[in-house]
Design a protein around this ligand. Structure first.
Ligand SMILES: Nc1ncnc2c1ncn2[C@@H]1O[C@H](COP(=O)(O)OP(=O)(O)OP(=O)(O)O)[C@@H](O)[C@H]1O
Ligand SMILES: [Mg+2]
Length: 269
């Protein structure tokens, strides 16, 4: 069984670019030869399938109902990434009986082979669903933009995770910045406040330039990395993907994707 990196992508405020981060990174990491799975755990409206122009027929809900197996609901996206459509179904995680949880664990167990990187689009905010996924992941990426509301909400979500759930390390992606200087200033601003008032450590894993090619690609339901690989934003995604590949956590236990599911279902009780 291969060791899997489980990385959640989250934010305080909605609409700051999480789904674009998840999908573009999943594409680039797949192209780099990694086996990438994406879990669409956002119960909001802007979903991965819409962004990619896919229309999955089934989701996690059908697995709960016993109508489909986990293998049946997986769809393939650009670059060979595998997508686990969960948006409807995630809400029900906390309402499962013990038997249903065990059944789900064995279903997830059938997936354990061959995943190098498991990326989770958690949705925004401090709802319990977002928290479950962030708690069960091993690495957490917080997406933030220079907008004051995005900054205060990013701060708020890290504060809740730290104070309530003892999660104290975060990787930051600074999105929709004008240039590297703005990204650095944004990171300095966040980390100085957070490190002074909260006992957390933050690391920047890169920035993404505000680039009109992103909304253009969203409108045509394709990834900017596919449609405009030379665009500024696409180059930024490449650097972040490289950073992720270069910073493999030192100790990944074998079969830890199993622990991830167990953690997730434990946390939802
Ligand atoms: N680097 C960027 N440059 C320009 N526009 C961007 C950039 N990143 C994201 N956007 C725009 O922001 C919008 C929201 O992005 P996205 O759907 O990825 O955010 P989200 O955080 O997943 O939102 P939600 O919280 O609703 O799920 C997109 O439609 C896109 O056009
Ligand atoms: Mg989204």
């Amino acid at each position: 069984m291969r060791a899997t990196r489980v990385i959640s992508v989250t934010s305080g405020k909605g609409g700051v670019g999480k789904t674009n981060v998840v999908t573009n990174l999943a594409y680039l990491l797949s192209k780099a030869g990694k086996k990438v799975f994406v879990l669409d755990a956002d119960i909001g409206l802007a979903n991965i399938d819409v962004l990619l122009g896919l229309a999955p027929e089934y989701n996690l809900q059908h697995v709960f109902n016993g109508e489909k197996t986990i293998e049946d609901i997986i769809v393939e996206g650009p670059g060979g990434m595998k997508i686990l459509p969960a948006s409807s179904g995630v809400q029900e995680l906390s309402e499962l009986t013990q038997d249903q949880k065990l059944y789900l664990l064995s279903e997830f167990g059938s997936l354990t082979e061959d995943i190098d990187i498991f990326l989770i689009d958690t949705g925004a905010g401090i709802s319990s669903n977002v928290m479950y996924f962030n708690m069960a992941a091993q690495e957490r990426i917080v997406v933030v933009t220079p907008e004051p509301t995005s900054i205060t909400d990013a701060y708020a979500i890290m504060k809740v995770m730290s104070k309530k759930h003892s999660i104290n390390d975060f990787k930051l992606v600074l999105n929709q910045v004008k240039d590297e200087r703005e990204a650095e200033a944004l990171f300095a601003n966040l980390s100085s406040v957070a490190e002074r008032f909260l006992n957390i450590s933050m690391e920047s894993i890169g920035y993404i330039i505000e680039d009109k090619h992103v909304p253009q690609s969203v409108r045509s339901q394709q990834l900017v990395s596919v449609l405009y690989p030379e665009a500024k934003a696409s180059m930024c995604y490449v650097k972040i993907a490289q950073n992720i590949l270069e910073h493999e956590p030192s100790a990944l236990p074998d079969g830890n994707i199993g622990f991830f599911w167990e953690n997730l279902l434990d946390n939802t009780t």
